[in-house]
Design a protein around this ligand. Structure first.
Ligand code: 4AD
Ligand code: MG
Length: 477
């Protein structure tokens, strides 16, 4: 007999004569009631064991964590909180679990402890919910772009170029470490390497994405991205997933419209599909916030906050306006910021971004027209000669969630910029070709997928929204 998912059993329209369910025991109470979970939903199904006719040996093996198969009748439940339960007629232990040693005890565990057990934490309510929400969100990403006729492009993971010019790349090499071939002047001879040149894991698929936008019109990427920045923060991963749409003939305003519409769509989609999980995560967050001082608690509950993002336009503010606001702000005057904003041109730190979003505007903010010298080489220079058509979207509790821009489409201006920054024109000959042949205005952005999952789930550490996080000094599993 084929087993039925717990979710389908709980949603059944009627009682059923014979059903089979398979899953893992969450708890076993009074030698009689199994709370069974199979991952299809946050909800467990109660399975009532006929303990009088079950061998003691078998009852002893029904422990938290054990895998079991139950066959029986789906009946209306007399207990509170569930419509149906299974009256078990046949019980099979598929895999025992040592109750004493099983790390996921039915009690509250710290997130730190769960991170050390990332292979088992997904068996908890919270992580089951987070991973289902993550899955639905990623489907929503494809759904949005596919509905709009964007082409999904798989840009390379191994690349020879550094899109962001930040030098935070992981090298990819097949050269031996002990006997590295050297050039005459003693440098590593990458000509001898696998690809015959120096290669890295990609920090962004944008540059390759742009070449495709210049033929297919509207494209998006959604793939793994790697950054060797040594930032041990709650918002940085060394391996994360990024979504990068790129659209021909879009200017910066179109780009902002697209980003806003896209984010609202995926949040709405997920709220519709993940009601039980989000309700659970909202409760988890409320519980967590109780232990915080009043001033640090968020003003809105999770679902209210998500609805707020759907119902309100993102506030669009130029970098110059933002600097004025920050310079006059209380934490700046009282020197509460770690980095005091003194003048125009300063790079914004996450403390500033969060002040703007959480204290000043109290809504998502799109900052645009940043100083050219704090942004990447490919952004379009404004007529003022000192700002570029960049945009960052800032979210409450997260800070920067999106970084994007209108691209410099003018060949001469782009080359001049690359020369000034010492970027090798020969390395990027193919990128420059897009400006040589049929160049046009175009724009795009990158959204950090895990930061979006953080926002939607109400979690606060990025290590808790990716299955197996990679961070400095940590690549377990
Ligand atoms: O702002 P970034 O660096 O922009 C780019 O890479 C552009 N090439 C995107 C484009 O225009 N196509 O990164 C984009 C987003 C950030 O806003 C952030 O959400 C996320 O990627 N991000 C990270 N997420 C997790 N861990 C990290 N180390 C991240 N670095 C960036
Ligand atoms: Mg950025």
């Amino acid at each position: 007999m084929r087993h039925t998912k717990v979710k389908d059993l709980l949603n059944s329209s009627s009682t059923l004569h014979e059903v089979n369910a398979k899953g893992w025991v969450r708890t076993f109470r009074n030698n009689q009631f199994i709370a069974l979970n199979d991952g299809s939903t946050i909800n467990n199904i109660q399975c009532v064991v006929d303990f009088e006719n079950t061998a003691d040996e078998t009852l002893k093996r029904i422990t938290t964590g054990a895998a079991v198969s139950v066959t029986g009748t789906l009946v209306e439940s007399k207990g509170a909180g569930q419509k149906f339960e299974i009256q078990v007629s046949k019980l099979e232990i598929l895999g025992d679990s040592d109750a004493e040693k099983f790390p996921m005890q039915p009690k509250k565990h710290s997130l730190e402890f769960l991170r050390e057990n990332a292979h088992l934490r997904v068996r908890t309510n919270a992580f089951g919910a987070i991973m289902r929400v993550r899955s639905v969100l990623s489907f929503a990403v494809h759904s949005y772009f596919q509905e709009k006729g964007f082409v999904y492009v798989n840009t390379p993971i191994i690349t020879g170029s550094d899109a962001e010019g930040a030098g935070e790349m992981f090298k990819v090499t097949a050269l031996p470490f002990d006997n590295t071939p050297r050039t005459e002047d003693g440098k590593v001879d990458y000509k001898e390497d696998f690809f015959g040149k120096e290669t890295n894991l990609t920090v962004s698929g944008q540059l390759e994405g742009e070449t495709f936008a210049m033929a297919l019109g509207q494209i998006y990427t959604f793939g793994p991205t790697f950054r060797a920045e040594n930032s041990n923060t709650s918002r940085h991963l060394a391996e994360f997933w990024m979504i990068e749409p790129e659209v021909a003939f879009n200017d910066l305003n179109d780009n902002m419209d697209l980003a806003e519409d896209f984010i609202q769509y995926v949040i709405k989609y997920t709220m519709d599909k993940c009601q039980d999980d989000l309700k659970f995560l909202e409760g988890r967050l409320l519980e967590e916030e109780k232990s915080k001082p009043q001033a640090e608690r968020s003003e809105m509950a999770l679902l209210e906050k998500l609805n707020f993002v759907l119902e309100n336009n993102f506030k669009r503010v130029s970098y110059t306006e933002a600097i004025d606001i920050l310079r006059d702000s209380t934490p700046n005057k009282k020197k509460k910021f770690n980095y005091i904003i003194k003048e125009w041109g300063a790079d914004l730190q996450s403390e500033h971004e969060r002040y703007l979003v959480e204290k000043h505007f109290k809504c998502p903010v799109i900052l645009f027209d940043y100083p050219a010298n704090i942004k990447a080489f490919y952004m379009r220079l404004n007529e003022d000669g000192k700002t570029v058509r960049a945009m960052d979207i800032l979210f409450p509790g997260i800070g920067e969630i999106v970084g994007g821009s209108q691209r410099e489409e003018r060949f001469d201006v782009l080359v001049e910029k690359m020369r000034a920054l010492g970027i090798d024109e020969e390395e990027l000959w193919w990128y420059l070709d897009t400006r040589r042949f049929g160049s046009a205005v175009h724009s795009g952005f990158g959204l950090g997928f895990e930061r979006l999952v953080l926002f939607v789930t109400g979690m606060t550490n990025i290590r808790d929204v990716i299955p197996f996080p990679r961070t400095p000094m940590n690549a377990e599993f």
